[in-house]
Design a protein around this ligand. Sequence first.
Ligand code: ZN
Ligand code: FE
Length: 255
Amino acid sequence: MALEIITIPCLSDNYVYLLRDQETGTTAVVDCPDAAPVLAELKKRDWSLDTVFLTHHHYDHIDGVNDLVKATGAKVIGAKADAHRLPPLDTEVSEGDRLKLGHLNIEVLDVSGHTIGHVAYVFHKALAVFTGDSLMAWGCGRVFEGTMDMMWHSLQKFHTLPRAMNVYSGHEYTLSNGKFALTIEPDNPSLHQRMADVAATRAKGEFTVPSGLGLELATNPFMRAGHPKVKTALDMQDATDAEVFAEIRTRKDNF
Ligand code: ZN
Ligand code: FE
C-alpha cells in the first residue's frame, strides 16, 4: 500500500517528484519543467508513466510536459481554472476533487495566491502533500496573481493536515528562506535548530525537501503569522492574522 517517491532535481533549483503506487505499479510525476531527466529516470527503472499532476502554470513547472506526454502517452491533470494556460488537460480538477493513483486516494486543494488556479495534491495515507509553490520548505511562494488574503487562506488549509505529513514543494530555497525567517523570529530556538540542520544538509549536497508539516508549523513565518509571539515580534498585536501574513510576505519580497 506504499507510495514510492523519487526526487528528480531539474533546472537550477526545481524538484520534480516521480511517484509510484507499489501495489499496482501506477506511476506519475508532479510537475515537469524538463522531460529529459524524468525520461532518464523512467528508463533506468524500466517504468512507464501514467499520469502528470500539475500544480500551476509557471514555465518551471510545465515546460517539459508536452515532450513527456509525446514520449510516454501519460495523461495530464491540472486545475480547471488554469486549463487555458496549462498544457492540454485530460482531467480538470478543483477544490475538494478526489483522484486516484493506482489504489491510492488523492485530495485536491485549491491553494491559489502565487497564481490563480494553483492546486496541491494530498496523499492522505502516504502522508505526502505536493504543494508546488504554495507552502514551501520554510517559506511560501511569492504572491504574484492572487491577493495576500487569498494566499493566507490557502495556507490555512495545510493546518488541517496531520503534523506528520511530508511537504513536497517545488524548489530548493530552504537556506535563503531560513535566513529570512530568522529576521522575523530571531529569538526562537526552533528556527536556530532548523538552520543548523538545513546548513548541514546543504553542505552535504543533499535535499532539504520534503520537510515535515509539524516543522513548518513550528518554524515557517508564513504559517505562524497568527501566532501571538510573531505578532509581538512585529509589533502588530492588534492586526489580523492575514495582515501580519501580508507584512511578512512584503518583507520577504524586499529581503
Ligand atoms: Zn511558480
Ligand atoms: Fe516555481
